[in-house]
Design a protein around this ligand. Structure first.
Ligand code: SAH
Length: 252
């Protein structure tokens, strides 16, 4: 049998948001390489597996990407069933595509198991529909942080009329706000900044395009957080409300 690796999406944090496919694969894995944004509770689904943490936060030194890839390859060639567990969805700002391609080039087949991406989960738990007739005909997932230092074309995004869901944007809130305002997006465009979506202590900071930098600072917004920008951010019809969020999570 050819060596193979599962690239598994662990979702935004809440273990109940894992797919059944992910749970089954975790239960069959011999070794699991775990990223830092993965909720440790999820590892309860693979008590039989050897756990290798390859995270880049929490005081750990960054594990170089090529080291992680070579480790996966080595385990797979030893005949072990390897699972690579990543926060959210492996292919949304998760390098899943790169890793799958690299493995394929080295003769290892790869199966990708979707996870719920944090932008989607954050919007839902705050009661925000990312698309809504008459308000947003689409949604754009975008990162404010790129390895080569390039920035997204904010003015094209401002004109797109889609809801913007910004990942890795906490350190860039001021920039983001200035760029979108300069691109002609209305100063009162609603914004929702959602921290630790689906995890205990989840917080929601409602704001506007003009006020988001100051509000994020007052709120002491921390990573991981996503920023939802667009008219739909004001439509919190259900779900966690700003002041009730923390209390509700404590009760859960
Ligand atoms: N593959 C992941 C994204 C990894 S990039 C996914 O699909 O969700 C890391 C960024 O994801 C963070 O900087 C933050 O913007 C976002 N993120 C991850 N988990 C989050 C969470 N629980 N709540 C809010 N944002 C989260």
């Amino acid at each position: 049998m050819n060596p193979s690796v599962w690239l598994i999406g662990a979702g935004p944090g809440d273990p109940e948001l894992l797919t059944l496919k992910a749970v089954k694969a975790l239960g069959r894995a011999d070794v699991v390489l775990v990223d830092d944004l993965v909720n440790p509770q999820i590892l309860e689904f693979c008590p039989q597996a050897r756990i290798v943490r390859v995270g880049k936060r929490g005081g750990c030194r960054s594990t170089p990407q090529d080291f992680i890839q070579r480790l996966m390859l080595r385990y797979a060639r030893q005949g072990l069933q390897v699972a690579r567990l990543k926060g959210g969805d492996p292919c949304i700002f998760g390098r899943g595509g790169e890793e799958a391609q690299w493995l394929l080039e080295h003769g290892v087949s790869c199966q990708i198991i979707n996870g719920i991406t944090s932008g989607l989960a954050a919007a839902t738990s705050s009661g925000i529909p990312l698309t809504q007739r008459g308000m947003a005909q689409g949604v754009t997932l975008v990162t404010a942080h790129s390895q080569d230092g390039s920035t997204p074309d904010w003015s094209a995004l401002a004109r797109s009329g889609t809801t913007l869901v910004v990942y890795m944007g906490v350190a860039k809130v001021q920039d983001l706000s200035s760029q979108l305002l300069a691109a002609g997006m209305a100063a009162d465009t609603p914004v929702a900044m959602i921290e630790r979506a689906s995890l205990p202590g989840e917080r929601l900071c409602p704001s506007s395009l003009a006020a988001m930098a100051r509000d994020a600072q007052d709120f002491q917004l921390c990573s991981p957080a996503v920023l939802v920008i667009g008219q739909v951010a004001a439509c919190r019809m259900f779900g966690v409300q700003p002041d009730a969020a923390a209390a509700q999570r404590r009760l859960a």
